[in-house]
Design a binder for this molecule. Sequence first.
Ligand code: HEC
Ligand code: HEC
Length: 633
Amino acid sequence: MQRLTIVAILLTLSTRPLAAGTSNSLLDVSPDGTRLLVANTDNGTVTVIDTAKREVIREIDVGPKPECVAWIGNGPRAAATLYAGSAVVFFDAATGKVGKKLPVKFEPYGIVTDKAGRRGWVTHDYLGLVSELDLDKETVTREIPAGSFTRGLALSPDEKRLYVAEFFTGILNAIDLDSGKIVDSWTGHSTDNLLRQVALHPTRPKAYLPHIRSIIKTIDGAGSIFPQMSVCDLKTPPASPPPKGGDIGGVRRRISFGMDTFNGIYVVTNPWEVALSPDAKRLYIIYAGTNDMNVCEVVDDDYKEIERIGDAVKIGKNPRAIRVSPDGKSVYVYHAMDFAVDVYSPLMKKVATIKTCAPPKTPEWVLGKILFNTALPPLTSRRWIACSSCHPDGMHDARVWNNPEGQRKTTALLAMAHTHPLHWSADRDEVQDFEYTIRSKLMGGRGLVKGPIRGKKAFEKAELEDTTANRSKELDALAIYCNSFEPPLSPHAAGPGKLTPAAERGKAIFLRSDVACATCHSGPFFTDSTLQKPYKVHDVGTGNDDPSEKMGPLYDTPTLLGIYRTAPYLHHGKAKTLLDVLTTQNKGDKHGKTSHLAKADLEDLVEFLKSLPYETPPTVTPNTVSFRLQPTK
Ligand code: HEC
Ligand code: HEC
């Protein structure tokens, strides 16, 4: 009798699927497999799906920009991060009732919960922090420094460690939950970039990281951006203190696979998420730029790791999340720009499509976002690259590209509707001029305008002579999307409209006539840029000593809104910090007068710069362009 019970228990244990490691995603399946949660980032909602009926139960208003959602225990409670609301929202998926919005630090991105539903963890993007949550009391219990620009997050199967992924470096950090400290790190290649997620093998010590490589030396559609997947060996390192990256005792701690060669040189773009089947036999990887994915067999070794099952599979528009059901029989893919979850069989036969929400904002904005995210024709000819490979969701990639015209730091598109002209050298006056980028060697696309555009010799500013607006519905939509990013209030501000005492002192220095910052960085957007000709451009001593510079040394004054999170600085990115802009990069006092300022004054000035914006800028100025999302009243 007793023996039979033991056998029965063993049997249930062996047939019970292993949890495939909790990791951050826009999708989460309930442990019993009956419900699916989908975070609709642009709509501010979470959709609850009945997986048996394959239909939507309800769509819940949760708040601005949910970037991740997670069940608490077996539900029906769940939580989502509100990236633009600095909060974690708790809700009941069964009733649709929204509970507490727990204020947390700035830019909460990923969230995972433990199996018991007692503790949860949240990554904070810009701040590089993890918040630990008490899910019963709905409070923050700890804040743990976790790296820089931390997004991806996974909880180890034994719930003793967190694995945290850095967005701009691709580095994986391990945090020991007892001590609350980073105890290990896996560094990849210096070109690794845009890592959003980490998934863990449920039984073997392996982490899977989807990301790209940004090869800044090559401005060529076929050589600038590469799709990668890195696999980290998580075995406890023998050395103490733990080494940064590198190989230990012949074990390769981190291997990176080029997903283009992996696919027999079939190009896939912008790896976004990975998921393991619960039995860990299969690994799925989705590509948000080319709308396809790989199904792989997980190999139990330390060098091959994965083997492709068949060719890459075509799926829907802009896939951003993937999850497998606990029984391994259904694969769910969230196609962000179809606003739908598709249900597939394990080998990717489509079974159903479930619409999760209505398209947000306006049809033009939606079309613009689709074009911005795609690496398919007519934006490119060879599939390697999308606008979002360098400007993820309108932000920047923290890289300085060796463009033909010189060193060029990628710009975040913040406040752009009000700060035209465009480019560091003010050589474009409308976003539609990015038709020139689409048709350039970088993207090699046919373009969105029918017929020819004005030719361009060397570095002449042909774009300023050519009117590209109103020539293509698609190009106008791309402009509306690009002009839609408004900067949130800085986390360094003391509160809406308020500065810290140090920043207040820095503001007084900024406004001083002998320091002169405000002569160029003027008005609510902290720039004197206007579309009135001749454009105001300035030599601030930054472009003279660089032989690669073909258009300098006169540059457009950049806005200072949001610069706390957009290092490195200046057109060439030579200023690693804001203090460098004012010191090592301003030796001749041509960029405002700063040499006479005491160290404490410089520090106060930096505090002020970091606080921008500390009040909401106007929605319209005389320089605001018309191709943009009209603000809602
Ligand atoms: C390889 C990386 C890369 C890709 C791909 C890319 N950009 Fe950029 N983008 C940059 C860099 C670098 C700059 C700064 C260039 C300069 O100022 O001369 C920039 C600047 C811009 C600006 C000007 C912002 C301002 O405030 O001045 C806009 C708008 C823009 N890009 C839109 C796009 C669009 C639209 C696409 C796709 C058609 C695209 N970019 C593709 C790297 C990239
Ligand atoms: C004569 C006009 C002018 C004055 C005066 C001026 N700036 Fe600038 N500022 C610019 C220009 C032009 C650039 C871009 C230069 C480049 O990229 O090489 C710039 C760039 C910057 C940047 C880098 C922004 C980024 O996104 O990389 C910061 C920060 C900045 N300025 C702060 C200041 C401060 C603080 C002062 C006062 C000490 C000041 N500036 C004075 C014109 C000016």
